[in-house]
Design a protein around this ligand. Structure first.
Ligand SMILES: [Zn+2]
Length: 248
């Protein structure tokens, strides 16, 4: 690669704990490598999810990191009529409670969600490589992790490998796809965060719960998985601190 050609990093960031950790881990390494975050970009998607809390958290965090000018929130709500049938996008379908292994959790699969997001991220990353006199390269970073494999086909290694090939073919190798946490569970992700200096209180700036109440509900699959991950590290989850005050 030409020494003058920039290498852009583009992170898909939802505002949840996985992509929050990914954002921080990548920003840490990008800053170390480049000295600044000028070629570090963030993209989020509004796909008509039940609540916009995650996105509010995402916007606040990129503002805090000085990344707002390079953070785009793509409004996919125009697609909502085509993506019905998931508890995350259809108000009358209840959000299932329990664990991800449960069959009911399939109700949280949003049709084509990751494929749509990865296609748009690829296009944006490719456009970033075209903006300088010397064509650069870009990597799109995606927060899929092993804990998601069971119910979400578009988080499994075979899917990620296939998309990697699609990126290569579609951009002549100028844009690549990376899922840094592809082999990790949620506790493993927290350990990666800890390695770059994140502490439990930092996760108060994330929203993982599928419900959009004032506090995280503590009973949806997302809350359960998150609680177990924090427990594995001996950490207290600031989002579920209210549970300590419950009687009994
Ligand atoms: Zn919840």
């Amino acid at each position: 690669m030409d020494a003058k050609a920039p290498h852009h990093d583009l992170v898909i960031y939802s505002g949840g704990m996985d992509s929050f950790t990914l954002l921080h881990v990548l920003a840490f390494h990008h800053r170390r490598r480049c000295g600044n975050l000028d070629n570090f970009h963030v993209i989020s998607f509004d796909y008509g999810q039940r609540h916009s809390k995650e996105l509010e958290y995402a916007r606040k965090e990129t503002l805090r990191l000085g990344l707002s000018p390079r953070h785009h929130v793509v409004d996919l709500r125009v697609l909502s009529p085509l993506l019905q049938g998931s508890a995350l996008t259809t108000p009358h379908i209840p959000v299932p409670e329990g664990h991800y292994a449960a069959e009911s959790m399939r109700r949280t699969v949003v049709p084509g969600r990751n494929t749509i997001m990865l296609a748009i991220a690829m296009a944006y990353a490719e456009s970033l490589t075209l903006r300088e006199s010397v064509r650069g390269r870009a990597t799109v970073h995606y927060g899929a992790h092993a804990g998601d494999h069971h119910i979400y086909p578009d988080c499994r290694p075979d899917y990620i490998d296939a998309m990697r090939v699609a990126y290569q073919q579609a951009t002549d190798g100028h844009v690549s796809l990376m899922a840094l946490f592809g082999d990790l569970d949620k506790a493993g992700i927290l350990r990666e965060g800890r390695a770059v200096g994140l502490v439990p209180d930092d996760y108060a700036r994330t929203w993982t719960c599928y419900k959009g109440q004032e506090m995280a509900c503590g009973v949806c699959g997302s809350c359960n998985e998150r609680r177990e991950a924090f427990q594995a590290l001996g950490w207290e989850d600031p989002a579920l601190a209210w549970e300590k005050d419950l009687p009994g």
